[in-house]
Design a binder for this molecule. Structure first.
Ligand code: CTP
Ligand code: MG
Length: 221
């Protein structure tokens, strides 16, 4: 089964508030992008990688891939205004014969190959897509302004992460129109069957400065 990765790295990182786009802020002595890129490149599951870079950062992204010796990077494209746009633009570089696409956020640097293995394996079982998920430990309420409307049954809730894997044609067909918050939402809305597999608590998403410090601490431990 041929699997290509689309690495979404085109966000501006407004909430992080640095001078550079989030994918290029420092994590240790490398840009954040280096961590997920080199891990995807090292994965035996992945055949090729499309990097989606922020406007004006295509060249630094290509240079970084060369520096890291990431020979699987087949294209680097400019992202769009929303994440869904960026994924669509990346997906356009994936050749028609490729069966499975794995979409990963550069904002989640601590990617273990076991997670890649789990989402890809689910596609081998005939699912349209697979997402890593974690149980919810807090009680979650639905609210309307200041007022609590209801308490949601926690055992039916999951928080999901990337990498998310999909049958390439299913994702292509689903990712039109709206600005989906994740690719799975688009595939679900199009009627696709998406499986949840075990996520990884260390696969944190870097949103703000505190997240960056947390991930740096895990890397140094
Ligand atoms: N992303 C992207 N293209 C966009 C927006 C986001 O490729 N137009 C990517 C980001 O680079 C990131 C992932 O999608 O790897 C998740 O997005 P998020 O964490 O929201 O990152 P940013 O959009 O960069 O951050 P912010 O929302 O704070 O600006
Ligand atoms: Mg964003």
């Amino acid at each position: 089964m041929s699997v290509w990765a689309v690495l979404a790295a085109a966000g501006s990182g407004e909430r992080l508030g640095g001078k550079r786009p989030k994918a290029f802020v420092r994590l240790g002595d490398q840009p954040l992008l280096a961590e997920s890129l080199s891990r995807l490149d090292a994965s035996a599951w992945i055949e090729a990688i499309v990097v989606v870079a922020p406007p004006g950062w295509e060249e630094p992204a290509i240079l970084l891939a060369e520096e890291l010796g990431c020979g699987k990077v087949s294209a680097c494209v400019t992202g769009g205004p929303t994440r869904a746009d960026s994924v669509r633009l990346g997906l356009a570089e994936v050749p028609p014969g490729v069966a499975v696409v794995l979409v990963h956020d550069a904002a989640r640097p601590l990617l273990e190959d076991s997670v890649v293995g789990r989402v890809v394996a689910a596609l081998g079982e005939g699912w349209d897509g697979a997402v890593p998920a974690l149980p919810v430990s807090d009680t979650v309420k639905r609210v309307d302004g200041e007022r609590v409307v209801e308490t949601l049954p926690r055992d039916q809730l999951r928080v999901v992460q990337t990498p998310q894997a999909f049958v390439a044609d299913v994702l292509r067909g689903a990712l039109t129109g709206s600005d989906w918050t994740d690719c799975s939402a688009a595939v679900e809305a199009a009627g696709g069957r998406v499986k949840i597999v075990e996520g990884d608590p260390r696969l944190l998403k870097i949103t703000d400065e505190a997240d960056l410090e947390r991930v740096a601490a895990i890397l140094n431990s």
